[in-house]
Write a protein that binds this ligand. Structure first.
Ligand SMILES: N[C@@H](CCC(=O)N[C@@H](CS)C(=O)NCC(=O)O)C(=O)O
Length: 305
């Protein structure tokens, strides 16, 4: 089987969610460290313009978004499952809540508390990603402080999910729900100004975080970006078995995240289900690549002539 190649950077929370999936499943993977701000030339050569972090590469197939990648890993290594308790829908619902209601207040609080420690290039990059001019540091601090109340409310909800008889959020085994909630809280302590303690986490929450962290990251070996590009170039994308349900195969389309946090990726549809769209692209450095996106959270349009 071709190796799993993760394109990520250390303090990326969504990457931590994915690294823990490798840990939960005991998988070996290769690690390509990408820049945390633009430009990201090697990365964009593979993704066709998607700049968000992380992405998973398997040969000449590139999977964007941790929600889609969870399914890819589950098919590749079904046991231990990311969906214990035989209620996969519940893991997905908790994941959705964690990545919206829980994650964003945490991210704002972290950025605000570390406004002075982060380089100006970081603030400028994230503002540009949302189509805004570079913010004043006082404003970043103010927005961060305003998010504290919401972080506390969300933390109390996480604590209310923990019950003494279960080691993890949805039962005795760890699953996707744990990783999706954990990565937002993990981020609170990643930058020079740690924040979690200031929100008064309960001992039960701390213990659950320690159990989740103990899943580890699987077995990681480093890989140079140039080598990952060579692997893509020398590989053939996997045969697409899925039908095209709405956008017809062969149609040229553009795909972009609904939050407009990334450049549009264009390509030819080779597969399109209710859950996933696969674009075929030719890049001078990566060769022919299939780029996979989830449908949820992404906008698809016919490419303008
Ligand atoms: N829904 C996406 C969210 C990914 C995301 O927002 N990642 C952050 C970093 S953790 C990001 O892309 N930040 C901008 C960047 O890395 O350039 C996923 O699940 O992968």
């Amino acid at each position: 089987m071709p190796p799993l190649i993760l394109h990520h950077y250390e303090i990326s929370p969504f990457s931590e969610k994915l690294r823990l999936m490798f840990g939960l499943k005991g998988l070996a993977w290769q690690s390509v460290i990408i820049p945390d701000v633009l430009p990201k030339p090697d990365y964009l050569a593979l993704t066709g313009g998607y700049r968000r972090t992380p992405a998973l590469q398997i040969g000449a197939d590139v999977y964007c978004d941790t929600r889609l990648i969870a399914g890819v890993l589950e098919r590749r290594a079904p046991q231990p499952t990311l969906f214990p308790g035989a209620r996969p829908g519940l893991h997905r619902v908790v994941e959705h809540w964690a990545e919206t209601s829980l994650f964003w207040p945490c991210a704002l609080a972290v950025t605000g508390a570390n406004a002075d420690a982060l380089p100006p290039s970081f603030h400028a990059d994230r503002a540009a990603m949302r189509g805004r001019p570079p913010p004043a540091l006082a404003r970043v601090r103010q927005v961060g402080e305003a998010a504290h109340g919401e972080v506390v409310r969300q933390l109390r909800l996480v604590e209310a999910m923990l019950v003494p008889d279960d080691a993890f959020l949805l039962g005795h085994a760890p699953g996707l729900a744990d990783l999706a909630v954990y990565h937002a809280l993990w981020f609170l302590d990643r930058l020079p100004q740690p924040l979690l303690a200031s929100f008064g986490p309960s001992p039960a929450l701390r213990d659950w975080m320690a159990r989740t962290a103990a899943l580890g990251h699987g077995t990681r070996t480093p890989l140079a970006a140039a080598d990952a590009l060579a692997i893509a170039r020398e590989s053939v994308p996997m045969k697409v078995e899925t039908p095209c349900v709405d956008f017809a195969c062969g149609t040229r389309v553009s795909v972009e995240p609904e939050e407009r946090t990334s450049a549009t990726v264009t390509g030819e549809v080779v597969g399109c289900t209710v859950d996933e769209i696969i674009l075929r692209r030719l890049d001078p450095r990566a060769g022919i690549v299939h780029v996979h996106f989830p449908r949820a959270g992404y906008r698809i349009a016919h490419e303008k002539a």
